[in-house]
Design a protein. Sequence first.
Length: 367
Amino acid sequence: MKTQFSELPNFIWSIANLLRGEFKQSQYGRIILPFTLLRRLECVLAPTKEKVLAVAEKCTKMSPDAAERILRHKAGLSFYNISSMDLRTLGETQVLDNLETYIQSFSPSAREVFEHFRFSEFIEKLNEANLLYIIAHKFAGFDLSPATVPNYEMGLIFEELIRRFAESSNETAGEHFTPRDIVRLTTSLVFSGDDDVLTKSGVVRSIYDPTAGTGGFLSAGMEYLHDLNPQARLVGFGQELNPESYAICKGDMLVKEQDVKNIKLGNTLSDDKLYAETFDYMLSNPPFGVDWKKIEKVVKDEAKIKGYGGRFGAGIPRVSDGSLLFLLHLISKMRSPREGGSRIGIILNGSPLFTGGASFATRGGYE
């Protein structure tokens, strides 16, 4: 992170001092992350805000799809907000009602992020503790406009806040945050052989994580490519089971001005919401030793009915370990050599090779 931006995460996270006594330490991130995202979004939208407000009333008489297209066009972005308010103009009275109205005025893709953060629940608690106006006023003082904090640096700031949230939330940190050094190592290994191709002008590539978590691998891929070739573009795709991790990941992609429709919520193994897609690069850290008994019927049905036309035609491992299932899923997403092929980086313990029944699976058998 560049020197001029290195102190911003410290300033933002220092707001947590106001939360002590009223909230658990593990809850700090659930307040700081969505407020940071909210401030960034309103700073990004500020230059076109008047243009959006000028057509907002007319758009209420149109079909939702038509209104969406016009408002996105006026905003010049993939999201918008039709409220005249921002964090500086919420007022000192009815702050809760005003803030909830403001959040509801975002476009669906942005509003969904705050819903999965359970933001409404936490701002209500802030209001009960007489902290909502103070917190909102503090965040309103941060200049997070792209002119001051470019997208790349804002992404790094948001990732640092995610890391601090993971550290402060010990009971869930391992669930949605892969250690940074492991992420960097895996990413560099996957990308290293393609440096010559990636340095070409106007290159566009795709990256996918079926266990997206908070988006660490997606962000690391974007950072790697940015350092290699700032003019190149990496389009992120992912799916995540945990609603809160999904919200953080989607918020991070919004900050990076990615198309957040590419980030899906749900169980990748039982409900692949990107089933028709293939990708250039795939990175994943699937959960170790987690059984897939809850989705056993769905997985076995796909293996038997679709065979090699599906994801699990080669066979399926024991129910006690789903890591091999994720590997089979990733292999099914590979592009053919004629399309340039694909590269996969997946973090596994020994279970897929020694206790997951891999030898049985590769013979094409089924349990």
